[in-house]
Design a protein around this ligand. Structure first.
Ligand SMILES: [Fe+2]
Ligand SMILES: [Fe+2]
Length: 204
């Protein structure tokens, strides 16, 4: 059932603790939650814009890194799920500097195929291939997942798009180019099996 908030008046529940709530209260909240969920794509775009000021020391901003990762994926022929994944993969940087991959994966999980969520969750580990040896770490730690069905996809994501996307001279597409894709993906029915496609590699 689709709820709308078209009565123009702000209404609130009767309860002060959840246990005291009535069915009418929770029906009212369902309408607010659906209205809130409909704004997810807008909030994703806003959160990407906020990345513009994060992560000093690189030659480009975190937003430009995300845009460049998505641009490289798009020009490589990646499908919409993977391009939006590339765009959003570092969106957790602002609030979760020690587990930004998990945060981004949780945001994407209801909307993209499982392969893309997995890549997002593990890209932090896979990216260590390119730098962790400078600190005495194991660049091949990702080999622990060598038999996983998404292992090769994650290697490709990191090698071709993520680790390569720090180039200030690359012709990167702007956020407006990707906004329609963000709106399509985050406008999907959440957890729709037709989009999640557990175990599948690549687009349908
Ligand atoms: Fe990352
Ligand atoms: Fe990245």
């Amino acid at each position: 059932m689709t709820m709308t908030l078209d009565d123009g008046a702000a209404r609130a529940v009767s309860f002060k603790s959840m246990a005291a709530g009535t069915k009418a209260d929770y029906t009212l909240l369902e309408g607010y939650e659906q209205a809130h969920a409909a704004g997810t794509a807008d909030r994703i775009v806003d959160a990407l814009r906020q990345l513009d000021g994060s992560m000093g020391g690189y030659k480009i901003s975190r937003l430009d890194h995300c845009l460049q990762t998505a641009t490289r994926a798009h020009r490589d022929g990646a499908d919409i799920d993977m391009v939006v994944t590339a765009l959003v993969h570092d969106i957790g940087d602002m609030l979760a500097p020690f587990n930004h991959d998990s945060v981004a994966a949780a945001i994407l999980k209801p909307y993209v195929r499982e392969e893309c969520t997995w890549i997002t969750e593990y890209h932090g580990l896979y990216q260590k291939k390119y730098y962790i040896h400078h600190f005495g770490g194991d660049p091949d730690a990702r080999d622990a997942y060598r038999d996983h069905p998404y292992h090769e996809s994650c290697i490709r994501f990191c090698e071709r798009w993520d680790q390569a996307a720090f180039d200030p001279d690359y012709e990167t597409l702007d956020l407006a180019f990707f906004e329609p894709m963000v709106r399509e993906v985050f406008g999907r029915e959440p957890y729709d099996p037709a989009h999640i496609r557990p175990g599948a590699v690549g687009p349908a």
